[in-house]
Design a protein around this ligand. Structure first.
Ligand code: ACO
Length: 334
C-alpha cells in the first residue's frame, strides 16, 4: 500500500528591505495608482547586502524544520525550486544542505518558474508515497531582484524576493496530508516569460549584457489570459481526481501574481468569502516559486485551520507551467 505524505512543518523568510510603489515612482514612469489598480501590489521585499537565494532558503528551511519538530540530520532529500539559483552550479540545494547541517541529505535544484513549489511538492509526495525517503525538505527561494530590470516599468513593479519551505514526511505527526497534485506544462509558449541570456543558447557576453538579455522579459497581457485559464482547470482536475467538490474547499491559496488574476479565479469559488482566499501580494508582490509557499506558511501561522479542512493551492508560471495541490488538515492549528 502507498504511504501517505504529510506536510509536518512550514516556514518562510522575507528580507527586511521594503521597496514601495512610491520608491518605484522615482525609478520609472509609473504611479502608485496604476500599480495598485492593475496589480494589487503596494510594496515588495528586496534582498539586502549578503542575502542570496541560498541564505533566504536556508532561513525558511530552518523555520520549517523547527515547526516539524525534527533534526536537520533527519532530512533525507532537499529539493530547491528556484529560477534565481546562487550559481548555475553548484546547486543551491547543496549550499543550503551545508548551511542548515542536513548532513545526511541528498539535494538537487529544479526549475518550473512560479509553479516550482508545487512541482517540488509533487516530487516530495512521490518519494514519500514510494517509501524511498522519510523526510523530504521542499524549498522555494527567489532573489528576483537579481534578474529584474529596474528601468522596465512593465516588469519591475511586479517582482519581489523571498523564500518558503516545508517538510514532507511519512512520520505520524499532525500536519497537512497531500490528497492530490495536478501539474501541467506547455512549451509552445516558452517565449512569453523568459530570461534569454546566461544559458547555453545565449551565454553571457558584452553584447548580451548591453542588450539586457539577463533580465526577465514578459508579455504580461498574453500571460494573464493563460494564467486564469490554466489555474482554473488545474484546480478542477486536482479536486475531481479525488471526488472533492469546490464547496468543500475552505481555503484557496493562489499564486500571488496579480489581484485581477486572483479575483477572476475567485469567481469559481463563489462560496468562499474573500478573506478565505489567502493573499500576500499587496505586501510581497510576485515572488515566483516562493509565492504559494510563503502564503501557505503565513496562513498556517496566523489562522486556525481545523482538522478536516481542505486547502487548495494553485500556481502558474513561465514554461509555461501550472499546477494545483489539495491538502487536508490533520491536526494543524494556527
Ligand atoms: N506604470 C504605468 N503604466 C504602465 C506600467 C506601469 N508600471 N506598465 C505598463 N504600463 C502601460 C503600458 O505601457 C500600456 O500602455 P499603452 O496602452 O499606452 O501601450 C498600458 O499600461 C497597459 O499595459 P498592459 O501590459 O496591457 O497592462 P495590463 O493590464 O496587462 O497589466 C500586468 C500588466 C500587470 C503585467 C499584467 O498583464 C499581468 O499581471 N500579467 C500576468 C503576469 C503573471 O501572471 N506572471 C506570472 C508568471 S511570472 C514568472 O513565471 C516569473
Amino acid at each position: 500500500m502507498m504511504r501517505k505524505a504529510k506536510i509536518i512543518g512550514t516556514g518562510s523568510y522575507l528580507p527586511e528591505r521594503v521597496l514601495t510603489n512610491s520608491d518605484l515612482e522615482k525609478m520609472v514612469e509609473t504611479s502608485n495608482e496604476w500599480i495598485v489598480t492593475r496589480t494589487g501590489i503596494e510594496e515588495r521585499r528586496v534582498a539586502g547586502e549578503g542575502e542570496f537565494t541560498s541564505t533566504m532558503g536556508a532561513e525558511a528551511a530552518k523555520r520549517a524544520i523547527e515547526l516539524a519538530g525534527i533534526l536537520p540530520e533527519e532530512i533525507d532529500y532537499i529539493l530547491v525550486a528556484t529560477l534565481t539559483p546562487d550559481y548555475i552550479f553548484p546547486s543551491t540545494a547543496c549550499l543550503i544542505q551545508h548551511a542548515i547541517g542536513a548532513k545526511n541529505a541528498a539535494g538537487v535544484d529544479m526549475q518550473a518558474a512560479c509553479t516550482g513549489y508545487l512541482y517540488a511538492l509533487s516530487m516530495a509526495n512521490a518519494f514519500i508515497q514510494a517509501g524511498i525517503y522519510k523526510n523530504v525538505l521542499v524549498i522555494a527561494a527567489e532573489k528576483l531582484s537579481s534578474i529584474t530590470d529596474y528601468t522596465d516599468r512593465s516588469t519591475c513593479i511586479l517582482f519581489g524576493d523571498g523564500a518558503a519551505a516545508c517538510v514532507v514526511s511519512s512520520l505520524d505527526k499532525p500536519g497537512l496530508s497531500i490528497e492530490s497534485v495536478r501539474l501541467g506544462a506547455d512549451g509552445e509558449h516558452s517565449q512569453l516569460i523568459i530570461q534569454p541570456g546566461g544559458g547555453s543558447r545565449c551565454p553571457a557576453s558584452i553584447a548580451s549584457v548591453e542588450q539586457k538579455q539577463h533580465y526577465i522579459k514578459m508579455s504580461g497581457n498574453e500571460v494573464f489570459k493563460h494564467a486564469v485559464r490554466r489555474m482554473e482547470s488545474a484546480c478542477k482536475e486536482c479536486i475531481d481526481a479525488v471526488g472533492v467538490s469546490e464547496q468543500e474547499i475552505s481555503w484557496l491559496v493562489p499564486h500571488q501574481a496579480n489581484l485581477r488574476i486572483i479575483d477572476a479565479m475567485a469567481k469559481r469559488f463563489e462560496h468562499l468569502s474573500s478573506d478565505r482566499i489567502y493573499k500576500t501580494l499587496h505586501k510581497y508582490g510576485n515572488t515566483s516559486a516562493s509565492s504559494v509557499g510563503i502564503a501557505l506558511d503565513e496562513l498556517l501561522r496566523s489562522k486556525i485551520v481545523g482538522t478536516g479542512e481542505k486547502l487548495l493551492l494553485t500556481a502558474f508560471g513561465g514554461g509555461l507551467t501550472w499546477g494545483a495541490a489539495l491538502l487536508k488538515s490533520e491536526g494543524v492549528t494556527g
